[in-house]
Design a protein around this ligand. Structure first.
Ligand SMILES: *Cc1c(COP(=O)(O)O)cnc(C)c1O
Length: 359
């Protein structure tokens, strides 16, 4: 047999890799440090009991979209829900990118934007951020004017750098994108940590969409649920590419249940912000280069090679994300803010690893 060959444009592509080791302290994927409250479990139990398992789900996810819309002060037809914001990204790119089109990102940023763009058959084009990882609007203008991307991504707060974009720069990028007939996609997976949201700029006459997820601040990474806020005409187009009944009944109900625990979510966000401050201070005291974060993780460059420090932490049963081999992040690691006890373990490990070699 001759093995059927994968699509030509996928041959050199690699899948998503984020090592999952069995450790005691997992600070590598930016999940929430704690589960939702016990009352949420009881709400989901009640929802399970009411599921009509022999029926297809509500294809339009009407109740869930209405509840999300209410939180953001928009209409249900301006909300699109999917299995995690990665599926939101994929759906938008299937509809608006694909073969013959380009997708722009500004690096370093969330690798899935360019990766999913390529999977849809689009060409990924990349611009550069400044050394402090803020957007370089001159480079953004250059990339957009020369490449004329169909979709341009911003990520605010940006993963893996933690950088929050200002409203002025998002407005400026939107003007550039609209000048070439493109679409601006702002990924706000960590939006609840930011002082403002691009959702405030949403308008039927703007080529702007904003994504959110239940995976981080809502403490529901296990559920795979995310959503898009967008003009209703754009949400309508997504119907052309999304699979029928892609969002199961139980997930729709679990999402709905989660939304009645907003205060618990907000409490988690503020305790994460406090712990994040503690981690930033401690890492700086250890001599690390630390980038200011507006999210639930911290990017830092230790005084020893990142890979060695990563391994030293694994030896102490602490897992962080090794981004030291990424372009522009030479030697860097990214740590998710965990519980106070998790963070103590991480910082104790860092102290052992860095102080024993200090001059
Ligand atoms: C974690 C993350 C997501 C979340 O993806 P889900 O599919 O919703 O779990 C999306 N965008 C960014 C930038 C992220 O860091």
């Amino acid at each position: 047999m001759t093995r059927p060959s994968v699509r030509d444009d996928l041959r050199t592509l690699e899948g998503y890799h984020s090592p999952q080791l069995t450790v005691e302290v997992r600070l590598n994927t930016n999940e929430a440090p704690e589960p939702p409250p016990e009352a949420f479990n009881r709400a989901v139990e009640a929802a399970v009991a009411g599921v009509e398992w022999h029926r297809y789900p509500d294809r339009a996810a009407t109740d869930l979209r209405a509840a999300i819309a209410a939180i953001h002060g928009v209409h249900g037809d301006q909300v699109f829900c999917a299995n995690g914001s990665n599926e939101v990204i994929q759906t938008v790119l299937l509809a608006y990118a694909g073969p013959g089109r380009k997708v722009a990102t500004f690096e370093p940023t969330y690798a899935m934007h360019a990766h999913i763009a390529r999977i849809t058959g689009a060409v990924s084009v990349m611009g550069e951020r400044r050394d402090d990882f803020t957007l370089d609007l001159d480079d953004v203008a250059r990339v957009i004017a020369t490449e004329r991307p169909a979709v341009t991504f911003l990520c605010s707060p940006n993963n893996p750098t933690g950088t929050v974009e200002t409203e002025e720069s998002v407005r400026a990028v939107l003007a550039m994108v609209e000048a070439v007939g493109g679409l601006l996609f702002v990924d706000e997976a960590y939006g609840q940590f930011a002082p403002w949201s691009a959702a405030a700029l949403l308008d039927d006459d703007r080529a702007l969409v904003v994504s959110r997820t239940f995976s981080k601040t809502w403490a529901m990474a296990g559920a795979r649920l995310g959503y898009l806020l967008a003009p209703a005409w754009l949400v309508g187009e997504l119907d052309k590419v999304v699979l029928p009944y892609h969002l199961d009944t139980l997930k729709q109900r679990a999402g709905l249940a989660a939304l009645s625990f907003v205060h618990d979510m907000e409490r988690r966000v503020s305790s994460i912000v406090e712990e994040r401050g503690r981690i930033e201070v401690a890492l700086r005291e250890l001599g690390c280069e630390v980038w200011p974060s507006g999210a639930n993780f911290v990017l830092f460059r230790p005084t020893r090679p990142g890979r060695q420090v990563w391994q030293g932490l694994v030896d102490r049963s602490v897992l962080v994300r090794d981004v030291s081999g990424w372009d522009r992040l030479d030697g860097c690691l990214r740590v998710t803010v965990g519980t106070a006890a998790d963070n103590d373990r991480f910082l104790a490990g860092m102290t052992e690893l860095l102080e024993e070699t200090a001059p």
